[in-house]
Design a protein around this ligand. Structure first.
Ligand SMILES: [Zn+2]
Length: 551
């Protein structure tokens, strides 16, 4: 394709990258990073400047994974403006391919294998057209890494045309803990100092797909949705099933909290007209060890809660209301049933009174600390043991809360609110921030101009709607919000140490310019070749030429 100078190169690179399996939590993550490092290392520029291509090992990593980070300096002038092109090199697993798993990494053979197994008309049409590349990681996001590599090659061959600098980065561990990009912040901070860089923006090339069937728009994002995991630890008053009305059911409170919070549209967070998905329950369990005829003493529930702009204390105020309402609702319900049962059986009715309370973790911690001054060492010990045993981090937080509840002598119906991993910061270009607004407007206008030239609809959105590495480059929460988060997150420093201050110091405008893909994380994952290998590199090159060239 002559009009598309990057087409052949990015298509081939994508295919080559797909052929190297790099499932999250596997040694493939290292293999593919080394492949990209070697590819860059063979470019004449990096052969001459090997110290500008850096392989950063992740600390204490069981898979010996690495970040690959490379910097090239434009020579037209001594400008410090720097753009970071980044992506992740891990993919999700391949179990969804079922009987054709062995073809998941073979872009040439895969379409025919899928054709034999599917009756999805859209998939069949896309296979027929020949316009799509199939394979695990095709859209999420080996094509994005390929585009970034090709642009880095181009940049190093045209240094005299650029005033500013370009960084290429690929990170592992995106699909779960994001520890790749979190480690890379050290390098970005160090280079900022050493080379006096000014980070104009970062462009993540993570996958983009149509918003609805038949949608032909291409979405660009000026930030990332944030996420917290609010947890409810519920203490009830257990009773024998034979005297059910004498107890206060922790299970019923848990159910009521789920009923009131799960998918509640009014709790969706909005910023400048863009809404998050409402909260979603991810876990609900009582904490009985085994069968007996007693009702549960305690229960545990947690939710996925997406955030665009709310402060953590506002979210907590909402959650407290939900917890208070749930306790009240269960009290009223038990009383109603008690009255009805007494009148059916002609027993004497007596109203049962309970002392109800809702506490946040910080309050619970304060109460326990007053009683036991050694509490911090004990919390550290629980965390240390849990981490050593590779316990799910949410369970470690729960163990700490259970322990503190015992110390604090909690034995009336109580809901304790706390946070557990993960926490992903939200960010966007804020309109009340003149510099950010100007950058957003300028990139949006550039896209408008390119849209006309390319005959495509290119649409700028404020938030990448799912979790992404871009979350860790800029942080919009206020200090007060961060404080509320940290003090309600059991032993955050040990269990989920996110360098919040470092993110705040770097504060890099974090855009996403992705492919045109479909069905990421599904066995029909595919990427549109003409847009992704032809047009996307040209769009990003235009950004480099706009912001890394003076006049
Ligand atoms: Zn991705």
């Amino acid at each position: 394709m002559q009009a598309y100078p990057f087409y052949e190169e990015t298509l081939k690179l994508t295919k080559d990258l797909i052929a190297i399996p790099s499932l999250n939590n596997s040694k493939g993550e290292r293999v593919i990073a080394e492949y990209m490092a070697q590819w860059l290392g063979e470019l004449p520029y990096f052969r001459e400047h090997p110290n500008q291509l850096f392989l950063q090992p992740l600390k204490d990593d069981p898979w010996n994974r690495i970040n690959v980070i490379a910097i090239a300096f434009g020579t037209k002038s001594e400008k410090n403006e720097t753009i970071i092109l980044h992506g992740h090199c891990d993919t999700v697993g391949i179990l969804d391919y079922g009987s054709i798993q062995e073809y998941a990494f073979d872009c040439d053979a895969l379409p025919e294998k899928i054709r034999a197994l599917t009756d999805d008309p859209e998939v069949l049409t896309d296979i027929e057209s020949g316009e799509w590349m199939f394979g695990r990681g095709a859209s999420d996001m080996k094509c994005g890494d390929a585009v970034n590599l090709a642009l880095m090659r181009y940049f190093t061959e045209h240094l005299d045309q650029f005033d500013g600098n370009l960084i290429f980065m690929t990170n592992p561990v995106e699909e779960n803990q994001h520890s790749g990009i979190i480690h890379a912040l050290d390098v970005l901070e160090e280079w900022k100092e050493t080379y006096h860089l000014h980070y104009k923006m970062a462009i993540n090339t993570d996958f983009i797909s149509p918003a609805y069937p038949g949608d032909t728009k291409h979405y660009f994002h000026a930030g990332a949705v944030g996420k917290i995991l609010p947890c409810f630890y519920i203490v009830g008053k257990p009773t024998h099933a034979g005297q059910g009305l004498d107890g206060f059911s922790a299970s019923m409170v848990a159910a009521e909290i789920v009923r009131s919070l799960d998918l509640r549209a009014e709790f969706s967070d909005v910023y400048n007209g863009e809404y998050t998905m409402p909260p979603t329950v991810l876990k609900l369990k009582d904490l009985k060890y085994s069968y007996d005829v007693q009702t549960a003493f305690s229960a545990f529930v947690y939710f996925n809660y997406f955030i665009h702009n709310m402060e953590i204390d506002e979210v907590f105020a909402r959650l407290r209301r939900v917890a208070n309402d749930a306790l009240k609702h269960v009290t009223d319900y038990i009383d109603e049933q008690n009255q009805a049962y007494c009148s059916m059986t002609q027993m004497a009715y007596k109203k049962r009174e309970y002392e109800l309370q809702v506490l946040d973790y910080h309050e619970l911690y304060g109460r326990a600390k007053e009683i036991d001054h050694q509490i911090d060492q004990e919390i550290d010990q629980i965390s240390g043991n849990g981490l050593k045993e590779n316990l799910d981090p949410r369970e470690i937080c729960l163990q700490i809360v259970e322990f503190l509840s015992i110390i604090a002598g909690i034995n009336t119906p109580t809901v304790i609110l706390f946070l557990a991993p993960p926490y992903c910061p939200h960010n966007t270009m804020k309109r009340d921030h003149p510099e950010e607004e100007e950058l957003l407007n300028s990139v949006t206008n550039l896209l408008k101009q390119l849209a006309t030239e390319m005959g495509e609809e290119l649409k700028m959105m404020q938030f990448f709607p799912v979790l992404t590495d871009s979350s860790y480059l800029k942080l919009d929460d206020s200090d007060f919000s961060i404080e509320t988060l940290a003090k309600n997150f059991p032993n955050m420093e040990k269990i989920y140490n996110i360098p919040l201050r470092k993110i705040r110091r770097l504060n890099i405008p974090a855009f996403n310019f992705g492919c045109h893909g479909k069905d990421a994380h599904k066995w029909t994952e595919r990427v549109h070749k003409e847009y992704t290998f032809g047009k996307l590199p040209l769009i990003i090159l235009k950004v480099l030429e706009t912001y890394l060239v003076d006049g």
